[in-house]
Design a protein around this ligand. Structure first.
Ligand SMILES: [Mn+2]
Length: 482
């Protein structure tokens, strides 16, 4: 009796001991398992941390991984001399893309002009009206056409960091032509280092499908065949450039957002100079040089690297000659980035977290116009830097006339947007704007109070104003205007 009780007792002890050991093994295995699947032990805690404080939770999560990745992935790289504003483990190795091959004899190769074939002038004029550019010429050019390497010699031999952040490209379009939209996409795919190109997001701002059905299902099926992730997003109703860009920005999974227009062509080495500046300092916002693609012939024409962005007191964006003092600041090196007061707005790269930190765009702005100055002022007054990189070239089809309709009338929309810019960002300098546009004084001011209190992006903006004031911008600007 006593013996059997002892045996049962021994069995219990053996059983409990092995269970304890088993439990410890499980705990050890789970502790060292990776969180990337989301199932590892400790991952749940990070997730719940994110719910209360998303940015901090995510940063910690990345930091932990960064150290591990750094040890495993990048230890063979010599990173001395490079400064990174990201955890090294979050950055990607990259290699330049090979040059897109030239196909002599095909129309528009190497950026050459396309002439209308004899007898097709009437057709050409008819098609021109659809997009306000020579659609016949564009349709005859390969989606993969070759372009000249337009960079300065000093740019071609420049050393860029061996590690860079990834970027998602956001492109808003409205009734865009198939050939210009897809040539934009192909030029990105062909000329961006693949590891740095996270995805391309095409935002269809309510294109009118009764006349343009190819932008529907056909586009969605086409992009599935591309070698890079390309997604098509759609606004429910016409929302304008700003709200459509915000819709795209929300879906971005890369570290940097690069906004591009829907009828551009990226040239060789266009992306590296933009990402290199941001890799070193996430508060830098960088624009390429915007070259000209002729609306008549689709010829690629290089723009000057000696102009920067300014504005007049009607708050129209204008190009001005780069002043001598900025040339001197750059030590006379034309490959160095230019600190520009404002940007044209269509094409720029910005760190995603910085974009969110400064309050993104002013969501109360309609359709188009003024948002480029708003973003420029926002960047300068929120402690950032706005630059043009002379080593990055992207061609843009400039048009004489806008092909877009403006619900509410073009003048009303742009003026209303500009009045918002003046009221939010210009302190007492706003008076210059309202002196130039007396009809806007009062009427917009009174309704402005309402916008102001309703817009969350303006709350961020006001924080920036308090901290930095307009002085960061005005000295450079007033001189550019003289
Ligand atoms: Mn455009």
């Amino acid at each position: 009796m006593f013996r059997s009780r002892l045996r049962v007792h021994t069995c219990k002890i053996v059983l409990i001991t092995s269970m304890v050991w088993f439990a410890m093994d499980v705990a050890v295995i789970m502790y060292y398992s990776d969180c990337s699947t989301g199932s590892g032990w400790g991952c749940g805690r990070i997730e719940s941390g994110m719910a209360t404080s998303p940015r901090e939770g995510r940063a910690d999560h990345h930091k932990g991984r960064a150290i591990r990745n750094h040890q495993s992935e990048h230890e063979d790289l010599d990173l001395s001399g490079w400064h990174f504003d990201y955890p090294v483990g979050q950055l990607k190795r990259w290699e330049p893309r090979p040059t897109v091959p030239d196909h002599p004899g095909l129309p528009g190769e190497m950026g050459k002009p396309v002439r209308t074939p004899p007898g097709q002038e009437v057709l050409m004029k008819e098609k021109f009206k659809l997009n306000q550019f020579n659609l016949l010429a564009s349709d005859s050019i390969s989606l993969n056409r070759s372009l000249p390497d337009v960079r300065l010699e000093g740019c071609k031999s420049k050393n860029y960091p061996p590690l860079m952040p990834t970027t998602s490209i956001v492109i808003v379009f409205h009734n865009e032509a198939w050939s210009t939209l897809l040539r934009t996409v192909w030029s990105i795919i062909q000329r961006s280092p693949r590891p740095l190109l996270q995805e391309i997001l095409l935002v269809d701002d309510a294109s009118e499908r009764e006349c343009i059905d190819y932008l529907g299902l056909e586009l969605e099926q086409y992009v599935k065949t591309l070698p890079v992730s390309v997604k098509v997003l759609r606004t429910v109703e016409r929302s304008g450039l700003i709200r459509a860009r915000l819709l795209g920005a929300k879906e971005v999974t890369g570290q940097v957002i690069t906004f591009l227009d829907a009828h551009v062509e990226c040239t060789e080495g266009w992306l590296e100079p933009l990402l290199a500046r941001i890799a070193e300092d996430r508060t830098r916002v960088v624009c390429p040089i915007i070259d000209v693609i002729s609306d008549e012939t689709f010829e690629y024409v290089t723009a000057s690297d000696m102009t920067w962005g300014g504005f007049n007191w009607k708050l129209n964006f204008r190009w001005y000659r780069v002043p001598q003092r900025e040339m001197e600041r750059r030590g006379g090196d034309r490959t160095q980035p230019l600190k520009t007061p404002t940007m044209a707005g269509g094409l720029f790269a910005i760190d995603k977290e910085y974009f969110e930190k400064i309050g993104r765009y002013d969501e109360g702005m309609d359709i188009w116009g003024g948002e480029n100055l708003e973003m420029s002022f926002r960047i300068w007054q929120c402690g950032g830097t706005l630059e043009i990189s002379p080593c990055s070239h992207v061609g843009h089809v400039f048009r004489d006339k806008s092909p877009y309709s403006f619900p509410g009338g073009v003048v009303n929309v742009v003026m209303k947007n500009s009045a918002r810019v003046a009221e939010v960002w210009m302190d007492e300098w706003r008076d210059f704007f309202f002196e130039m546009n007396p009809e806007l004084e009062g009427s917009y001011h009174s309704s402005f109070g309402r916008w102001w209190s309703n817009s969350s992006s303006l709350v961020g903006a006001l924080g920036c104003l308090e901290v930095y004031g307009i002085d960061a911008l005005v000295p450079a600007q007033t001189e550019a205007l003289v």
